[in-house]
Write a protein that binds this ligand. Structure first.
Ligand code: KG4
Ligand code: ZN
Length: 337
């Protein structure tokens, strides 16, 4: 996956020229991401994806200034394939190389749709691997506000989808099913509702597990279970976001990461944050993992005069640049699912 961007006019906002997103079918078969398969799929696809992206953008290789690549966090095998490929491309072509943090990429995604978007804002990053609230006083500057103590929000959607015998990824399937669900039938807990800016989704998932086991007619209850779970998960996401906005006084809330594909999340945030903050959210193709957001964040760092050198390495736990380390959490349960 790669994006070819053009600097608009006299150094203005970058323009998205093309975006090729790989099919997730390889993961659907196994109901999740199998690291070995993900790495192999990357290796097989990369050269063709790069060629197709440039062709769709109508740009020759000579128009490329730099190669931005995700250096972490994530599955180290797939990251390594990308980093090694990007290094080879940049080195052989005499271009700049820039390693980008995956989560920082998510934060930049809404700026691709809305070039006027600018900090200060609060960002809610909710994906399959992370759930985090950051204060963003300026592009590239981050202050930690809170994070999940156990499962990520997207992970909870995926696990509940498995319980309800829906496919992978679970988020879109749950959102579809929840539309037919009665919000009154199942009320699930809102974990850590009254406690600060951290999240917890493990207990909520277990509560759904118990309700599934107790159901005498799962076929009948499935939409209602999906609705009850989704309402609880989105409620805590927006509740904590609202608390973070009040604590920081920021006028804008950025929703990003795969869970921000949820129309229900964006709608709930718009209603609950009305009069408090403007809600900025990218289109779904830019919230799901994609190369455009990585290129956009890379472009920012290039503008700052930063470059990665040839020692750039993939790191499964790469911290967001400049972010103070996340404080250790006292409670890390082992997941029953
Ligand atoms: O950012 P992303 O594409 O990949 C990671 O970095 O993890 O996020 C993927 C996550 C998955 O867990 C998926 O179930 C969730 O985003 N997701 C959603 C929706 N669409 C995708 N969660 C809730 N509602 C959705 N509509
Ligand atoms: Zn992601």
């Amino acid at each position: 996956m790669l994006v070819a961007g053009r600097a608009g006019g006299s150094g203005g906002a970058p323009e998205l020229a093309s975006l090729v997103i790989l099919s997730q079918d390889v993961h659907k078969v196994f109901g999740g991401v199998v690291p070995e398969l993900a790495s192999r799929a990357h290796l097989q696809a990369l050269p063709a994806v790069v060629d197709r992206t440039l062709a769709e953008a109508g740009l020759p290789w000579s128009a490329v200034d730099a190669v931005a690549v995700t250096a972490g966090p994530g599955l180290v095998g797939a990251l390594l394939v990308g980093v090694v490929y990007a290094k080879a491309l940049a080195y052989a072509g005499g271009r700049a190389l820039i390693g980008v943090n995956h989560l920082e990429g998510h934060i930049f995604a809404p700026a691709l749709d809305d070039p006027e978007l600018a900090p200060p804002f609060v960002a809610l990053i909710a994906s399959g691997g992370h759930t985090m609230l950051l204060d963003v006083p300026a592009w590239g500057s981050y202050r930690f506000l809170g994070a999940t103590r156990d499962d990520a929000a997207g992970e909870a959607f995926d696990k509940v989808a498995t319980l309800l015998q829906l496919g992978y990824p679970g988020g879109p399937a749950i959102e579809r099913l929840a539309r037919e669900g009665d919000p009154e039938r199942f009320t699930f807990p809102r974990p850590l509702k009254d406690a600060g800016l951290d999240f917890s989704f493990s207990g909520l998932k277990t509560a759904v597990l118990h309700a599934v086991r107790a159901s005498t007619d799962l076929e009948r209850d499935r939409p209602h279970l999906a609705r009850g779970f989704q309402d609880a998960a989105l409620d805590v996401l927006v509740l904590k976001l609202e608390r973070a906005l009040r604590a920081t006084g920021r006028p804008v809330a950025v929703l990003c990461g795969g869970v921000a594909c949820s129309k229900a999340l964006a709608a709930l945030a718009a209603v609950r944050l009305k009069g408090l903050a403007r809600v900025a959210v990218a289109s779904p193709r830019l919230n799901a993992d994609n190369a455009a957001m990585i290129a956009r964040a890379g472009w920012f760092h290039l503008q700052q005069g930063e470059r990665s050198d040839w020692t750039l390495d993939a790191r499964a736990d790469l911290p967001i640049p400049g972010l103070e380390p996340t404080p250790p959490h006292p409670y890390v349960p082992t997941s029953p699912l």
